[in-house]
Design a protein around this ligand. Structure first.
Ligand code: URA
Length: 433
């Protein structure tokens, strides 16, 4: 197998046989295909796509590059959730303990920030001491003890996805439906699940910017799951504004903890409750939606989901005191208040611009191996629809220094849309697949 020939075949839109695909990716894992060659291949996939057989092969190659968990002896349903990536999307952090509270096991494996979007792993690692690199034995022990466990892909699970994920993040090759579908489904299928909920984000802050593409991605992933015996459901949800008010790792984790304590922004709570209810129903088809929603609301309001999160954080080496005291997180050295420079009604804040600004402030990765500063980001102080007068507080920029705060302020001001700019907001949840 000559790597350049595989790249050329994809570039020219020719199908690649199963055995050539397998050889190409094995050679990459063995260090015999260079990162620049894989980057070129991924870019070719972005433009040319993959047919159904190639996608199926890619899922199997990724899945087979590592181990799979066998959790059948746990008895109860094992349900995970995965988002295709958005700005301010901290749902998973609140969702895992909440869904566990509703009676399903949640063996959650998440990713790092991808492109301009944040990743659950980076948000969890904002908790001092929290270990996302448990081996599968330790992961299983936490899952059994707490009902949920949250880690990144270990070297054992879909290691090919781990390599490609990091590479795609820094080479502009994320928004290809087959690459996203294979990345997500290979990890999830290795988790030994009985059911899977997918949150397919749509809008300018998502990788799928149109409803048609979001629905296509949702259908492809639901089909891949169903074909492998995992009951899979997808929700298409809004990413034409950040979810909640916090964008940036520490700020988002703190906001997820507030949601677990029964507070936090309404849109975040609504999505967390809806997704927990969907996971509970995937785990128990006899459960009705209103019953599952009421149980999720109660578990947020009575503190039981919060207490489960404390147990999870403690079990994974983090400081559980932060869960009920998110003000205890270390703050960025510079916190700058930004006020409105005009009167008007806030239409929305452009999510992609904020996500890109967080990466520029070193809260995400611009290159392979970059370390990130979890403290930086934005805290919006108002919501779409709010009327503001000139000089009223709009947001805070959290930055490592004054120069970064200057850049963050410019990005935020450019991202604000007033009055009727940009048209109406998308519904929080527009489709179920
Ligand atoms: N989440 C993943 O795990 N992979 C992607 O490609 C996108 C979102």
């Amino acid at each position: 197998m000559i790597p350049a020939q595989v790249i050329e075949a994809k570039r020219d839109g020719r199908a690649i046989s199963s055995s050539r695909l397998r050889d190409f990716f094995s050679a990459y894992l063995a260090g015999e295909v260079e990162e620049y060659q894989m980057s070129a291949f991924l870019m070719a996939v972005l433009f040319r796509g993959m047919d159904a057989r190639e996608l199926d092969d890619l899922v199997e190659i990724m899945l087979g590059s590592g181990a799979s968990l066998d959790l059948r002896d746990l008895g109860a349903a094992r349900i995970d959730k995965h988002s295709t990536g958005g700005v301010g999307d901290k749902v998973s952090i609140a969702l895992a303990p909440l869904a566990a509270e509703l009676g399903v096991y949640v063996p959650m494996m998440s990713g790092r920030g991808l492109g301009h979007t944040g990743g659950t792993l980076d948000k969890l690692e904002a908790i001092p001491g929290f270990r996302t690199d448990l081996d599968l034995g330790a992961f299983r022990a936490v899952l059994e003890a707490v009902g949920c466990a949250m880690i990144g892909q270990t070297a054992e699970i879909a290691p090919l996805d781990r390599r490609l994920y990091d590479l795609r993040s820094v080479t502009g090759t994320v928004p290809a439906i087959p690459l996203i579908a294979a990345s997500i489904m290979s990890k999830k299928l290795a988790e030994g699940l009985t059911g899977l909920l997918l949150d397919v984000k749509v809008g300018s802050g998502a990788f799928m910017q149109s409803e048609e593409r979001a629905l296509e991605l949702a259908r492809v992933m639901v089909g891949l799951g169903a074909a492998r015996g995992v009951e899979t459901e997808a929700l298409v949800t809004a990413m034409d504004r950040p979810l909640g008010r916090a964008v940036g790792n520490t700020l988002e984790t703190a906001e997820a903890f507030r949601c677990l304590a029964g507070g936090g922004p309404d849109d975040l709570r609504a999505l967390v409750v809806l997704q927990a209810a969907a996971m509970a129903r995937l785990g128990d088809s006899g459960r009705t939606e209103p019953d599952a929603i009421a149980a999720a609301e109660a578990a947020l309001d009575d503190g039981s989901a919060l207490r489960r999160m404390e147990r999870l954080v403690e079990a994974q080496g983090g400081d559980p005191a932060l869960v009920s005291n998110p003000d205890g997180f270390e703050r960025a050295p510079v916190v700058r208040a930004i006020s409105a420079d005009r009167d008007g009604r806030l239409a929305r804040v452009e999510p992609r611009a904020l996500g890109e600004a967080v990466v520029a402030m070193r809260g995400g990765r611009a290159r392979l191996g970059d370390t990130i500063d979890p403290r930086v980001g934005f805290l919006l102080c108002v919501e779409p629809g709010d009327a503001l007068s000139h000089g009223e507080l709009l947001a805070e920029v959290h930055a490592a220094d004054e120069a970064a705060a200057d850049a963050g302020e410019v990005a935020l001001r450019n991202a604000v849309r007033w009055d009727d700019e940009g048209g109406p907001l998308r519904p929080l949840v527009s489709h179920r697949v």
